[in-house]
Design a protein around this ligand. Structure first.
Ligand code: GLY
Ligand code: MN
Length: 484
């Protein structure tokens, strides 16, 4: 660390004295002892990322440059940070999962003294004293050899990097939002990369466009490439396994967090790095809270349990919801509400077809819910269904659980969720026999040239199927997880 700080100071001093110079002379002579080795052999390939960079380049207009920054490191408290999450756009283009990086893509090849290239990446340097604490880094050499991005440099070089942005007609940026710390001793951290970008484009604000890349990434990421589909299917299969194991293991007396623990054990044990979002495991009154994540209640025999979960595998997140009767047998009221949601979901899935509007599954599902609730006397006008079904049914799925996309017509290769729900909290203006019933059913749907493919149909969904699976034994039942 100190060595690098001293070297970068030296570089800075030399530059100040002799003016800006070429890239190679800016590089301190850091000996790279070893490269990080990846432990997984099913990551997205370098060819995938190179292809995505090329497709982005093709979408850019003449004489343009795109800058994609890493996401900031988020501090949790004092000297503890949250687990790092890369900007999905930068991951999509490079596979890099380290912070303090900046990728530049040029429409046309550019001359920089000794090199001619249409892409350059700046990354955090190797630093043996930091790597002891935070883990191995790729460094510029590792990015070249492991990620196959040939023009890679240490991030502190960007400050003095001679690039004349006035030569471009368009400057497109994907800049992190929010506040992030500026380590004053580090000329290459994210804050410095952003600061020096602004210095370099000082008088060129009229060329800066922050919207273009948002649109382009929505367009690109909406359609999944075959390699992405492999990872998404894996994330979904792991999530289905977790749902099934919980169905076997669930018993009255368990805590919501114990149900969550079973789910996340299955995630981790199958190689998923994280849950793609905080697991929603809500029983009884909590089944009526849409994004309930505290998961502390003791489950009772008459509770409905909403289990809305998704494993994240190599960046790609699943999102699958099932609703269970905690004692393994749905009451008449629970069955009635459950089957309305199931019928609504099927109506939504039926219209997940190429060319249909993104919102059509939601409209179909709402029509079913409105008509059925009216017939049961739970509402007196169809439009009151919003009181009990207060959300849309669909979002794209991919590198983000609520993934980017254009939200126009459905296209083959995109994956959307269909997740209607009915939530009737206590004291709702209807017969109390319906109170505290919350039901959501969610599947992940691949839009194809023909019929929709339900990627998450590996987990039971009808009441009969769920009740049958809940009768099976689970290994977790041997653990001390029920208090009766
Ligand atoms: N899985 C949570 C949501 O879709 O909002
Ligand atoms: Mn969802």
């Amino acid at each position: 660390m100190k060595r690098i700080a001293v070297l970068s100071l030296l570089v800075f001093a030399i530059t100040k004295i002799f003016g800006q110079t070429n890239i190679d002379s800016l590089k301190p002579d850091i000996k790279v002892v070893e490269h990080i080795s990846f432990y997984d052999n099913d990551l997205l390939s370098n060819e995938f990322h190179a292809d995505r960079r090329q497709v982005l380049r093709e979408k850019m207009p003449d004489s343009s440059v795109a800058l994609v920054f890493a996401y900031p490191v988020q501090n949790r408290s004092n000297d503890v940070d949250f687990e790092y999450h890369q900007n999905p756009n930068l991951y999509y283009l490079t596979g890099l999962i380290e912070p303090h990086a900046l990728l530049l893509i040029f429409k046309e090849k550019q001359d920089f003294d000794s090199i001619k290239t249409d892409e350059i990446i700046f990354v955090q340097p190797r630093d043996s004293s930091r790597e002891i604490w935070d883990g191995k880094r790729l460094g510029a050499e590792g990015v070249k050899s492991k990620l196959d991005i040939l023009h890679a440099y240490e991030n502190y070089i960007f400050a003095d990097f001679l690039i004349d942005f006035s030569r471009f007609n368009h400057i497109f940026s994907d800049l992190p939002s929010g506040d992030f710390t500026d380590d004053k001793r580090n000329r290459g951290d994210l804050a410095s990369l952003v600061k020096h970008f602004h210095i370099k484009i000082d008088t060129l604000q009229n060329k800066l466009d922050r919207h273009f890349l948002r649109e382009v990434f929505a367009d690109l990421r909406e359609i999944k490439q075959p390699e992405e589909l492999v990872l998404l299917r894996k994330a979904i299969d792991i999530t289905c396994d977790a749902q099934k194991e919980l169905m076997r293991a669930l018993l009255p007396g368990m805590k919501e967090y114990q149900a969550e623990a079973i789910i996340e054990y299955i995630f981790k044990n199958n190689g998923a790095e994280y849950p793609g979002f905080p697991s929603i495991v809500g029983g009884g009154e909590n089944s009526c809270i849409l994004h309930y994540t505290s998961n502390r209640k003791t489950l009772t025999w008459d509770d409905m349990l909403v289990v809305d979960i998704g494993a994240e595998y190599h960046g790609y997140s699943a999102d699958v919801t099932r609703t269970l009767a905690v004692d393994g047998e749905f009451s008449e009221e629970q069955k009635t509400i459950y089957n309305i949601v199931l019928e609504a979901q099927q109506a939504g899935i039926n219209v997940c077809k190429k060319g249909n509007k993104f919102w059509q599954p939601g409209d179909e599902a709402r029509r079913v819910v409105s008509q059925r609730l009216l017939k049961l006397g739970i509402i007196s006008k169809e439009k009151q269904s919003r009181q009990y079904f207060m959300h849309g049914t669909s979002h794209y799925l991919g590198l983000d659980v609520h993934d980017v996309g254009l939200y126009g017509n459905l296209k083959p290769g995109s994956i959307i969720t269909v997740e209607p729900g009915i939530y009737i909290p206590k004291n709702s203006p209807c017969d109390p026999k319906w109170w505290n019933i919350g039901v959501r059913i969610e599947d992940d749907i691949l839009i194809t040239e023909g019929r929709p493919e339900i990627l998450s149909d590996c987990v039971p969904k009808t009441i009969e199927e769920i009740e049958a699976l809940m009768k099976e034994e689970s290994l977790f039942n041997k653990m001390d997880q029920k208090s009766e």
